[in-house]
Design a protein around this ligand. Sequence first.
Ligand code: KMT
Ligand code: NI
Length: 171
Amino acid sequence: MKAYWYDNLPGDQRELHDSGRLVDPAYLEKLGVLYYNYPSLEDVNALATSRSYKNRDEICVSPTTLPNYEEKVKGFFSEHLHEDEEIRYILEGGGFFDVRSADDAWVRIALEKNDLLVLPPGIYHRFTTDSKNYIKAMRLFKEEPKWTPLNRGADTDENPYRKEYLSAISP
Ligand code: KMT
Ligand code: NI
């Protein structure tokens, strides 16, 4: 895992877009973003149990496994929030999760095999594959996933999960 400030320059979303300024993992924690490196699936299972996750699936995002790959990848990159926690465990390949900082800048989190990321409910984020166009990830969910991506807009700013998130991260 490597976290850095996004450069906001135009160009393909799958490029690094590295501004050269690193983000301290402690800052991610302040945003409520948790990160682990778990070489063993047993660690993933333990985390899932401790957070009451019961179900999981695997998704392979690549041009050969996902019909309309280019379109889907652009869709994943729309800024959105969820009313549930989002947990991703990278099984193969790599990709980027971009999350909004407290002052609404993009932090890019580069993930590779064995990285596990927990995004809190209410955080604005987006996802993209990297320039290798290949990621296989495990998605973990509790019994009733409320995973509908809610695209950012005036209404999501008023979402109760969004408001709760903002008050949780404000000093
Ligand atoms: C997401 O949350 O955008 C996805 O599920 C994309 C694939 S998971 C790496
Ligand atoms: Ni999401």
